[in-house]
Design a protein around this ligand. Structure first.
Ligand code: ZN
Ligand code: ZN
Length: 181
């Protein structure tokens, strides 16, 4: 079975929000689909959804509907249209961050979440995100020059301070922010 397309989170297996689990039945559709959503799930009644629902039930909105769940905190999306907020909150896999996750926006739309980055990824596959990330760090922490470079060099996608990388679906600009434990 092909994985569903979620444009605001195009590779949830790559980012770790969806894991291959060949034996795990889905609480929503009751089928063993092979790919389980392991990102955040916010529901007043159901506190055990992460790791128990399949990616298809996330992507088609049925898990959100059945469990009254949202998969992302939408505070950062407040200025966007309700249709976009709803797609990100109820039909898009979320992502785990140290602090409350923030979904970044550009061109009056939610951006696509590409994944976590540390210093290594910012020299490799996410090198294009470095200018946006540096601008964000300068603004947020007031760091410049060597201090800013030192901060970036310490980023690690698995520990300490982490960068979260997005890309605009319209102008293709990279966006990024950091948080830490
Ligand atoms: Zn399912
Ligand atoms: Zn844009």
């Amino acid at each position: 079975m092909e994985l569903p397309v979620t444009r605001y989170h195009p590779d949830p297996v790559g980012t770790g929000s969806v894991e291959e689990k060949p034996d795990q039945p889905c609480l929503c559709c009751n089928r063993i689909c092979g790919y389980v959503y392991t990102g955040p799930a916010y529901s007043e009644k159901f506190h055990y959804l992460s790791g128990c629902i399949c990616i298809w039930c996330v992507a088609d909105g049925s898990a959100a509907k059945q469990f009254g769940a949202e998969f992302t905190d939408t505070d950062a999306l407040a200025e966007l249209s309700e249709a976009i907020v709803s797609e990100v909150a109820t039909r898009t896999p979320g992502f785990v961050a140290w602090q409350q996750e923030r979904w970044l926006t550009c061109c009056k739309d939610a951006a696509a979440y590409l994944g976590r980055a540390g210093a290594a990824e910012l020299k490799g596959k996410f090198a294009g995100a470095l200018p946006a990330l540096k601008a964000w760090i300068e603004e947020e922490y007031g760091l410049k020059g060597r201090d800013l470079d030192a901060f970036v060099a310490e980023l690690d996608k698995d520990a300490g301070a982490i960068a979260y990388v997005f890309r605009c679906l319209h102008c293709a600009k990279y966006l990024a922010y950091t948080d830490e434990l």
